[in-house]
Design a protein around this ligand. Structure first.
Ligand code: PHE
Ligand code: ZN
Length: 896
């Protein structure tokens, strides 16, 4: 095998640098091929570090000159090390000036300084700054920045950087310049500049202390009519952080910039957030309800980073979850609050919060659980990595947020807020660790979180077993919780974790019972949090008159897999009665999982697939329940994701699973056509489109009805979808109808796809939807064209480009990640195509290549025949010369 894996970077090897940087003065003379960067750093000896040279990292730079305090260095004083420069100095302080040349037009990695549609943009997290200039490019080096940038005035009329604008002016030869100053200390990964032809939507607001601040959303002129929602979201975020955490915007100006070529969702550079267009631009004609929701939560996420990430940052990249887990938790809470606020009753608000929670957990189960069970399994604070870019993971982000949520559950709302206040009082302006954060939470509450810290060091999804025994004679119910975590890659031994488990007991009439533990007085509570701190523990509830049905892990109080034996009748009972909306949803998901996997097993054994009648009844009872919130119902009647089901199927086998899903959707659609139809008709939203949770919920349930109906495929169903497609006045309806048609056997779907393309052929973001839909299309009959052939053909569409991440994620990602049955074709052609594309992308954009490579990392869960095909594809990529460290790490771990 030839995969050369990079050196391993270890968390326990952390050492502070001998020299930090106090101030940085950067000067950019921007040019597509030869940008000149002059960097004047005041380097200062760190009294707490071991003696050593000044260490500067640099990658792909042409070094033009170095001076020290204005003079040329002596022979041997400055050395090239392979990863940068080392400079010997005797003094405690020195002004280092480094001049370098870079070529932004040749930079296709979208890290460092690059070009997109004629403009210049930067992306520095995690280690992009070192491909702009030589610098101690680590998050524990915090400095004050001033920046001067100059560029061609006609092509780049807008010149932006972090902080406050000091000065602008014209220069000879049609050039101009701007100078910026960031008053706050920051690590280099938060540096940003933009020079491009953009226009801004602006708004002025007063912060909680009465300071007026200028908010701007910068986009290309043609996109100005899609910026209002991002601006509203920014204002909501600003207010929420003031109200909930007492955190105020600290700058006079806060800018969001949209860019079409971007590897990730968005980036929280100080005062100058740079966003993938996908998470800024939305108007009713081009964005769905989901797009509006995503824009709102990503704007919030980046804005919240200003305190959790920027004011207090990470000591090293192993601490990434310090800022990401916490900030994801904050944006999830924000979304839940926004949803609840728009509700018209307390019950509706509770349901709206549950809908947000359900979406979080769906993401965790289909994105993070597989990661935690595969070769890339790592604790939320990893111990080692080869390429840091590979660790912007579902584990660090989503599981990290679950860990913060557990702290919130254990300490309560106020206790958590007190911990946050203490964290900022101790660490504002510092680069710190996860221990510092949890330490503040513990100290502010007098709580013991030592055992809890294991969540930071242990990988793998714990299994939580719940077993109840009712004793009629003593009227007691004993609930035993037992935890077990299976070994994960590189971590064989697991210890018990501190797990908060919210539970309730449901009486035979469907009502919650008051909970009274042996030896306690009854307080009337019907949900309480049990704290499991050892491998197994039993709780005895008293005064229970009849055998209850336990509702365990309410609200998904911990990121675990709940193993509980429940027969069909009990699941149906909880689907009808669980007072915890999350668990009510979960009961339905568990029942569906059981039914789908049962059908798949029957199919694989050559037996007929029969949908259990009791399941149909439980499903229908919810479908016709008009007292339930439509958004909640849309979640509850939607099948678990295929990715999650594959994770639950042993061994995973995509073909029978797909057959089962198709069969189930058709059967339900057919059997309940009248109910789907009447709900569909009743749920029509009157009036002009507005993004509002109540309307979005109705549209979501309506869309679900349409999908079941078109899966069945009767002429009335297809007619309905075609009518909705033709008469839709917003993207949610138009795209919903198209998706229903594409996820069916209706021959009209091809014309609909063509019409959609014709209408939006110049609209990059809408075309992404069009690509993605086709990549994810199921084959409802043998007559349908093979998805792989479609995907290959779509790569030749003029709008497709391998150098645009959004296009790659939509088309290739759509196929590799969201179409298991088509991707895992028995002939292995899907894998050959995967290898081809990973190899091609590796040459231009390693981060995107690595993300695509990761779509097969869970390969060992599949049947032996499937594994053989995937192994061959991994070996082919592994044999490739010049693999980036990003791809090499993934392939190496997958084959290990
Ligand atoms: N820090 C960004 C966020 O989560 C994500 C990101 C990482 C963007 C690396 C670009 C590069 O908000
Ligand atoms: Zn983030």
């Amino acid at each position: 095998m030839r995969t050369e894996q990079g050196p391993l970077i270890r968390r326990d090897a952390y050492q502070p640098l001998a020299f930090g940087v106090e101030t940085v003065d950067l000067d950019f003379i921007l040019d597509p091929q030869a940008t000149l960067v002059t960097n004047r750093m005041r380097c200062v000896r760190n009294p707490d570090a071991a003696a050593g040279p000044i260490v500067l990292f640099g990658e792909g730079l042409v070094l033009v000159s170095v001076t020290l305090d204005g003079a040329a260095p002596t022979a041997g004083q400055v050395r090239e090390t392979g990863s940068g420069l080392e400079i010997d100095v005797d003094a405690d302080e020195v002004l280092v000036e480094v001049v370098t040349r870079i070529n932004p037009s040749a930079n296709l990695t979208l890290s460092g300084l690059y070009q997109s549609r004629g403009g210049y943009f930067t992306q520095c997290e995690a280690e992009g700054f070192r491909s702009i200039t030589y610098f101690p490019d680590r998050p524990d080096v915090m400095a004050r920045y001033t920046v001067r940038l100059e560029a061609d005035a006609a092509t780049c009329p807008v010149l932006l950087s972090n902080g406050n604008l000091l000065e602008t002016g014209a220069l000879p030869n049609g050039r101009h310049f701007a100078r910026w100053e960031d008053p706050f200390l920051k690590p280099s990964y938060l540096f940003a500049l933009v020079a491009a032809d953009l226009k801004a939507l602006e708004r002025k607001v007063d912060t909680m202390s009465g300071r007026e601040v200028l908010l701007q959303v910068w986009v290309e002129e043609r996109d100005l009519d899609r910026t209002a929602h991002a601006m509203d979201s920014l204002v909501h975020s600003l207010r929420w952080d003031e109200d909930v955490f007492g955190l105020e915007l600290d700058l006079d100006r806060f800018m969001i910039v949209a860019v079409s070529d971007f590897n990730m969702g968005a980036m929280e550079n100080k005062g100058l957030n740079i966003f993938n267009t996908k998470y800024v631009l939305a108007n009713p004609d081009t964005g769905t309800d989901l797009d509006f929701e995503n824009v709102e939560s990503v704007v919030a996420h980046e804005y919240f980073h200003n305190w959790t990430g920027n004011r207090v940052t990470c000591r090293d990249w192993f601490q990434l979850t310090l800022k990401e887990g916490l900030t994801v938790f904050r944006d999830q809470q924000f979304t839940a609050d926004m949803m609840a606020r728009a509700s018209d009753s307390p019950a509706a608000a509770e349901s709206a919060r549950a809908v947000t929670r359900i979406a979080n957990v769906r993401g965790l189960r289909s994105g993070q659980f597989p990661e935690d069970a595969g070769p890339m399994a790592h604790p939320i604070r990893p111990d080692a990595y080869q390429e840091i870019n590979n660790f912007y993971t579902a584990t660090v982000y989503q599981k990290g947020a679950e860990v913060i949520r557990m702290i919130h559950t254990l300490l309560g709302r106020e206790g958590f807020r007190n911990g946050m206040d203490l964290y900022f009082s101790y660490h504002d302006g510092q680069a710190v660790t996860c221990d510092d954060f949890v330490g503040c939470m513990a100290e502010a509450n007098g709580a013991d979180l030592d055992l809890f810290m294991r969540w930071y060091s242990q990988a793998g999804t714990p299994h939580l077993k719940a077993e109840g025994v009712y004793d009629a004679a003593s009227r007691t119910y004993a609930l035993t919780l037992t935890q077990h975590t299976a070994p994960t890659a590189g971590q064989a031994d697991k210890l018990p974790l501190h797990i908060p488990v919210a539970i309730g007991l449901i009486g035979p009439d469907g009502a919650d019972l008051p909970l009274q533990l042996e030896g306690e007085v009854r307080d009337g509570n019907t949900t309480r949090v049990l704290q499991l701190r050892s491998e197994s523990q039993t709780w005895r509830f008293t005064g229970i008159d009849a055998e209850p049905v336990p509702s365990v892990l309410r609200g998904f109080s911990a990121p675990v897999i709940l193993d509980i034996v429940e027969d069909d009748a009990r699941l149906a009972f909880r689907m009808a009665h669980d007072s915890d909306p999350f668990n009510r949803w979960d009961a339905s998901q568990r029942y569906m999982e059981r039914v789908v996997l049962g059908l798949a097993a029957a199919h694989a054994a050559g037996k007929p697939m029969e949908v259990p009648q009791a399941f149909g009844l439980a499903f229908r009872a919810l479908l016709v329940n008009e007292t339930l919130d439509p958004a909640f119902l849309a979640e509850t009647l939607a099948l678990p994701s295929e990715t999650y089901l594959l994770e639950r199927m042993q061994p995973a086998d995509p073909a029978p699973l797909r057959a089962a899903l198709i069969h189930l959707m058709r059967e339900i659609g057919h059997a309940m056509q009248a109910d789907f139809l009447s709900r569909y008709l009743d749920l029509e939203v009157e009036g002009e489109y507005r993004y509002h949770p109540a309307d979005a919920g109705k549209r979501a349930l309506r869309g679900l009805c349409l999908r079941y109906l078109s899966a069945w495929g009767g002429p009335t169903a297809i007619d309905l979808a075609l009518k909705q497609f033709e008469h839709a006045t917003d993207m949610t309806e138009r795209y919903g109808a198209l998706a229903a048609l594409v996820q069916s056997d209706a021959p009209q779907r091809f014309d609909a796809l063509a019409a959609f393309h014709e209408r939006y052929k110049d609209d990059a973001l809408v075309l992404d939807k069009w690509f993605q839909l086709q990549a994810g299309a199921w084959r409802w009959s043998d007559a349908a064209p093979a998805t792989l052939d479609q995907v290959r053909a779509l790569m030749d569409n003029p709008a497709f480009s391998l150098s645009n991440p959004n296009k790659v994620y939509a088309l290739l990602g759509g196929y590799f990640r969201a179409n298991a049955a088509e991707f895992h074709r028995p002939d292995g052609a899907g894998y050959a195509f995967w290898a081809e594309q990973v190899i091609a992308l590796n040459k231009t954009n390693p981060q995107v290549a690595s993300r695509m490579a990761r779509s097969l990392e869970g390969w060992r869960k599949f049947t032996p025949a499937i594994q053989a095909g995937i192994r061959a594809a991994f070996e082919r990529v592994s044999a490739e010369e010049g693999l980036s460290p990003d791809v090499a790490e993934i392939v190496g771990k997958a084959l290990a």
